[in-house]
Design a protein around this ligand. Structure first.
Ligand SMILES: [Zn+2]
Length: 142
């Protein structure tokens, strides 16, 4: 797997800890709780490959990455009961394939619109992150 020493998703550790709390590894990805939880249950599914675009993955890796996204979406639905999940893949400046899974709640924060990348309204402590991660982890291990 290719790696980039400037990339938070490749290097993990303190680079990724600025915004993400690791929940678990899945076959093709690492799942993070997004520490900014204005959208309760918001997660990131980051590919294990340092590539920018889906077509840069093999077909098998594309399928495995999508399967991880679906598994994570299912876990978020079961734990947080959102009315809709929003899915966002941006990375204009990051170049490491990852998807934001952003739960939306009817008439709640940003319902009916595009989610902000980092609303900076509700950043959880490590303990609060672990409490949410602990709810998702068993479902992601199924
Ligand atoms: Zn990377």
């Amino acid at each position: 797997m290719s790696q980039n020493t400037d990339c938070a998703y490749c290097m993990k550790g303190e680079l990724v800890a600025r915004f993400g709390y690791e929940i678990c590894e899945l076959p093709a990805s690492t799942v993070y709780l997004f520490k900014e939880q204005s959208h309760p249950g918001r997660c990131i599914v980051a590919s294990k490959h340092h590539v920018s675009e889906m077509p840069e993955l093999s077909e098998a890796d594309q399928a495995a990455f999508l399967a991880d996204i679906v598994k994570t979406a299912n876990a978020i639905h079961r734990v947080f009961r959102p009315d809709k999940l929003n899915y966002g893949m941006y990375g204009d400046t990051g170049h490491h394939l990852h998807m934001h899974l952003v739960p939306k709640y009817r008439d709640g924060f940003e319902w009916g619109g595009t989610f902000a990348m980092d609303p900076k309204l509700r950043r959880l402590s490590e303990e609060e992150c672990e409490a949410l991660a602990a709810k998702l982890r068993p479902l992601l291990a199924e």
